[in-house]
Each structure stands twice: as C-alpha cells, then as structure tokens.
Ligand binder design. Structure first.
Ligand code: ADP
Ligand code: MG
Length: 665
C-alpha cells in the first residue's frame, strides 16, 4: 500500500485539509499540538474505522458532520475510502450512507452492513480475516511515539511480551492459560463424579435392604388388613346383635312399665278396698248400735198429728196473747180518759161505767189467761211425746242412711275388686318376664363392652395399616430414587472414562501449545537474526566498531571485533538508534511473514526522535535515508533536523485554533 492522498473535513483541529503523498520520505513537521498526528489518525480511521479509535476523538468539537477520504495504491489499482462521522445529540456515529470504497474510481458494492466496508478493506490489503487488522497495521507499518528505542531498552520479559504480541504469539499463551481453567473445570467435574461414584456400593446395599424392608412391610400390611377385615365383620355382626337386643329390651321395658303401672293400680285399689272395708265396718257397727238403741214406738204415725196439734195450740196462744194485748191497750185508753164523753161512741161515760168496764176487762183478761194456760198445759203434755217420737224418727232416718251407705260401700268394694281382677287379667295377658329382661340386659352390657373393645382394636389396626402404607409409599419412592441414582451412576462411569480421556488430551494439547510458542519463537529467531543483520547492514553504510547479534531471548548484544560482549546500553546514542530502527524494521517484516502478508510498503513513524540527542537524530537521519526496502516513509516530527532526509516536506501550523498544512520546497 502506497498512500497517495488524505482529505479531511472537520477532523480534530482541521476544518478542511488535503495532503498529497507519494513514495519516498515525507516529513510533517510542526509544534506540539499543531495537528501532525491527526493526519496519521485520519489514515488509521479511514482504514479501520472506529476499531480502537473513539469517534468522539476524531470529529471536530462543535461540528455535526466530519469526513475522511484516503486514496492509496495497492499493486496496480488505486483505491479510495470515504468515511463520514455524524453527531446526533451526545453520540457520534459512523454514517453508513457516507461510507464507500472505490476501486479505480468505480464504487465497490457493499451489503450495507456497518462491518462490510471494513471487511472489503481487509480483502484489499490481503490481511487474513482472523487477525486484528489495526494491530497488524500498527506492528508492520505504524510506529507510535517513542516506541523505537523502547524495544531494545526494555526488560527481557517485557520484550518477550512485545515480541509475542508482534509475532501474534500471545494467543498461544492465552490459550495455554485458558486451557488450564478448562482442564481445572473438567478435573473438578471428574472429582465430583468420582466421589459420587464412591457411594455406589453403599447405594446398592441400601437398595437390597430397602427391597427386603418393603417385602416385610407388605407382608405385615396384608396380615393386618386381613385381621382388620375380620374384626370389621365381627363388629358388624355384634352391632346388629346389639340392635336386636336393644329392640327387645325396649319392648320389654315398655311392658314392664305397663305392668308396674297396673301393679301400682292394684296396690292402690287394695288400699282403697281396705279403706272401704274399714268405713263399712264402722258403719255396720254404728248401725248395730243404733238398731239396738231404737224401740220404734207404735204411734210413730202420730208424730205429725202431735206436731200439728202443738202448732195449733201455739197459734191459739198467740191469738190469745194478741187479744189480751188489745184488751189491755183498750183498757189503758179508757182509764186515761176519765169522765166525759166517749170519743168513740160519744155517749157520756161515767166512773162507774169505767169501773164496770174495768171489771169486765179484768174478767176477760182472766179468761184469756186461763185459756192460754190450758193451751200451755196441753202443749206441756204434748212436748215429751213429740220429743220421744221425733228422736226415734231421727234415729230411724240415720239408720236408714247408714244402711244405704253400707250398701254403696259394698258396691264400691265389688267395683274395686273387679278392677283388680281386670288389672290382674291384663298383667297375665302381658306375660312380662322380668328375669328374661334381666338376662337380656346383662347380655347387652356384655356385648357393648365387647363392641367398645373391638372398636378400639379396629382403630388401632387402622392406625397401624395407615402407618405401614405410608412407610411403604416412602420406601417405594426412596427405592425408585435410589434405582434411578444407580442408573445415573452407571452412566457417570462412562462419563468419567470420557472425562479422563478429555483431560489427558487437553493436558497434552496444553503442553503442545506451550511448545508451539517456543518452537515458533525459536524458528523465527534465526530468520529474525538474519533480517536484523540485513536491516542493520542496510541502515549502517559505514564501518562500525561493533557487530550486533540477537540472542535466544531476542535481545540485541553488541560484540567487539575480538568477540567481546558489550551491553547495548554502553553503545553511543547513534549506534543505539541504528540498532533500534533495524530491530523495528526486522520485526515488521517478521510480523508480515507470520501473518502471510507481503512486506510493508509504507512505514509511518510518529515522533521517532523523542529521547534522542542531536547525535542520535543525525544517525537516524542517515539510517532513514539508507532504508532501501520500504518505498514510502511518513515521518511526523517536531525536529527540523529530520527534514534533511526528506524528499517531501510539509509544515503543520495551527492558527486561531485551526490547523493548516503547507508544502515546503
Ligand atoms: N475532537 C477535537 N476537536 C477539535 N480539536 C481537537 C480534537 N481532538 C484533539 N484536538 C486538538 O487538535 C490539535 C492537534 O492534535 P495532534 O494532531 O495530536 O497534535 P500534534 O501536532 O502534536 O500531533 C490539538 O491541539 C488537540 O487538542
Ligand atoms: Mg502528535
């Protein structure tokens, strides 16, 4: 690849810039910060895009759209790459519609994916697809600031690392290290599997034991179940028997209640009979006494007549008394009147007349009194007769009543007796057997205790059966699990064998990879030595005091003409610079060779003079002019001295924050 033109718009410190390049040595000189490295960055960005270069470090601050165009020659063809950067808010992205590649002014069709352009460029540069393109470009063509001298001055380990990187051997080391982890993982897995397998014999024993237990358990269970069923049947029979007896007892008890009631009635009737008998007896006694007492008079029928007579007499007495009263009253009136006219008859009344009247009244009164006395005498005589007669009648009445009562009692007695015999008849009909009831009740009690016992037995059995069933289930599950485990173990035995093989192979592979790294390094060492010698000869056109060789550690060693070893650090600055440049160029070639690309045509050096003194820079100047195998060298430097070696010179300046490039003749 020979770079022919770089055009940029809104890139870092540039608003717009165009620079033509060609074979030969080109220098870009300018102060620090002028914008020199930006041109190199633009070349890298055009080739490899945002791979390793941040978009925001490329697009000029404060602008929305930036553009890079790179024109280069590869073989006989001219290529042009265009890339556009776009700012959208805070993000800056590569704009696919502004990206393109042209071959001899004809666009190469792209698939439109972001990666297609990069892929095409790799094809054009003939870079293998499995390398990091930017890294390869940097090891073969692009040397960053201050890198040249570092390579020969760094420690052995650091250099090894660097060379491994350039020769792309680090991947072997990485693989070697990664493989260790992979092997470790496998080994852990193996260990785990082996420990698990160790328990296999135990599991087999467990399984045998479990099978026996399950068998025993099942036997126990069927025995229990059999007994349980028998007991259940017995319980049913017993229950129906109990029911029967209970029914029997119920009817018997009902009967007993009736009988008891009847008996109670009988007892009651009997006491009633006793009472009736007693009262009858006393009545009879009374009647006897009365009948002895009574002497029925013959004139019993006269009692009424006597009574009537007595009443008549008494009435007469009453009338007499009235009469007497009237007489007395009349007389007292007359007495009070004295002499004069009679208020009644209006005749003249004389005292004689009154006296005669008095006599008359007195006689009348005496007559009435006599009559009353006569009547009273008669009544006096009547009274004892009436008394005697009415007493007799009274007793007779009483006796008659008593006799009636006795008759009634007799009737009662008969009634009660009849009732008793009726009740007795009923009892007889009921035919209640107390003893039978007793035995039935005893039987029931016995059966009931039997029933309770049987029930608790049945319940206990049920519990045992449940327990056994549960146990059985658990054991069956365990057996299934263990059997499965055993099966898995069989499989894992095979897996262990496989794993062991894989680990052995991986270990061998790992060893081989380590060896490969050593072998490649050794293989290339000879080639590197020769290439270094060639480059060293090329750069150093004049006679030197020392020869320089590369040892097994890729370390450059200087020798005097008498083959005396001299450390590189003892060499002069100029000598060191020649060694370093030759070393770098040889490495570039080696890297190209390893990646099977052709030797680089362009060498880009960014500030190669940093840390060099004036003498060194002069030596570098000469060395650069002596490089004959690399057609294009682009050097970025702030040192004016390097311009001496240049075929084309550019000045980079920054004015008012914007970079400008002018060609110097
Ligand atoms: N995104 C950017 N936008 C504008 N200026 C930038 C941007 N990035 C870097 N710069 C400035 O560009 C200038 C040139 O940088 P550079 O090319 O690296 O300088 P040198 O000439 O020292 O190599 C510097 O002053 C730097 O600060
Ligand atoms: Mg710079």
């Amino acid at each position: 690849m020979i770079i022919e033109k770089v055009e940029i718009e809104n890139i870092r410190s540039y608003e717009r810039c165009e620079i033509d390049l060609s074979k030969g040595i080109t220098t870009l000189t300018g102060r620090t910060g002028a914008g020199k490295s930006t041109i190199l960055m633009a070349i890298e960005y055009a080739l490899f895009g945002s791979e390793g270069l941040n978009n925001s470090a490329i697009l000029r601050r404060g602008t929305k759209l930036g553009k890079i165009s790179l024109t280069f020659k590869e073989g006989n063809d001219t290529y042009n790459i265009i890339r556009t950067l776009k700012r959208q808010g805070k993000t800056i992205t590569a704009e696919p519609s502004g990206s393109a590649i042209f071959k001899n002014n004809e666009v190469i069709p792209l698939l439109g994916r972001a990666n297609d352009l990069n892929q095409k460029i790799l094809e054009v540069l003939k870079y293998p697809s499995n390398v990091k393109a930017k890294e390869l470009f940097e090891t073969t063509s692009y040397t960053r600031q201050d890198e040249i001298r570092k390579l020969i001055e760094m420690s052995i380990e650091k250099r090894q690392e660097q060379i491994d990187k350039i020769l792309m051997l680090s991947k072997y080391k990485d693989t070697w290290e990664n493989l260790k982890d992979v092997i470790n993982d496998f080994q852990n897995e193996l260990l785990e599997k082996k420990t698990r397998l160790e328990s296999e014999s135990l599991i087999q024993k467990d399984i045998e034991l479990l099978k026996q237990k399950i068998k025993d358990n099942a036997e126990k269970l069927s025995k229990e179940e059999r007994e349980h069923n028998q007991n259940l049947q017995a319980y049913q029979t017993l229950s129906s028997q109990i029911k029967e007896i209970e029914e029997k007892i119920e009817t018997l008890t009902k009967k007993r209640r009736v009988v008891d009631e009847l008996k109670g009635q009988i007892i009651h009737l009997r006491t009633e009979i006793e009472e009736i008998k007693n009262s009858k007896e006393s009545l009879e006694k009374e009647s006897q006494i009365l009948s002895q007492k009574i002497k029925i008079p013959k004139n019993k029928e006269n009692l009424e007549e006597f009574k009537k007579k007595k009443m008549l007499l008494e009435n007469e007495i009453e009338i007499f008394k009235q009469e007497k009263k009237k007489i007395i009253n009349d007389f007292s009136k007359i007495k009070n009147l004295g002499e004069g006219k009679c208020p009644v008859c209006l005749q003249n009344v004389t005292l004689n007349h009154i006296n005669s009247l008095k006599k008359e009244f007195e006689e009348r009164e005496k007559l009435i009194d006599e009559k009353i006395h006569q009547n009273q005498e008669i009544i006096e005589k009547l009274l004892p007769q009436i008394k005697e007669l009415s007493e007799a009648v009274e007793i007779e009445d009483k006796l008659q009543k008593i006799n009636e009562l006795i008759k009634e009692k007799e009737k009662n007695l008969q009634d009660q007796r009849r009732k008793i015999s009726e009740a007795q008849e009923k009892i007889k009909v009921l035919n209640f057997d107390e003893e039978f009831l007793n035995t039935e009740e005893k039987k029931l009690k016995k059966f009931k205790t039997e029933e309770t016992e049987l029930l608790s037995k049945i319940n206990a059995q049920k519990r045992i059966i449940d327990l056994l069933t549960k146990e059985n289930k658990a054991m069956t599950n365990e057996l299934a699990e263990k059997t499965e485990l055993l099966l898995k173990m069989e499989k894992s035995k095979e897996e262990i064998k496989k794993l062991e093989r894989v680990i052995t192979l991986l270990n061998r592979l790992r060893e081989d990879i380590r060896n490969i790294r050593e072998i490649i390094r050794r293989n290339f060492l000879e080639e590197f030595r020769q290439e270094f010698q060639r480059k060293f000869e090329e750069i150093r056109k004049y006679e030197e005091e020392y020869t320089v060789d590369i040892n097994l550690n890729y370390e450059p060693i200087a020798y005097t003409k008498d083959r005396e070893e001299v450390p590189i650090s003892n060499l002069s600055g100029g000598e060191k610079t020649s060694v370093a440049l030759a070393y770098r160029l040889a490495l570039s070639n080696l890297a190209a060779q390893i990646s099977a690309i052709k030797p680089p045509e362009v060498l880009i050096l960014d500030e190669p003079t940093i840390g060099l003194d004036k003498e060194d820079i002069k030596a570098l100047n000469e060395a650069l002019q002596n490089i004959g195998t690399i057609p294009q060298i682009i050097i970025v430097t702030h040192e004016d001295e390097l311009k001496d070696a240049a075929n084309f010179k550019y000045e980079v300046k920054k004015e008012r924050g914007l970079s400008k490039i002018t060609k110097v003749d």
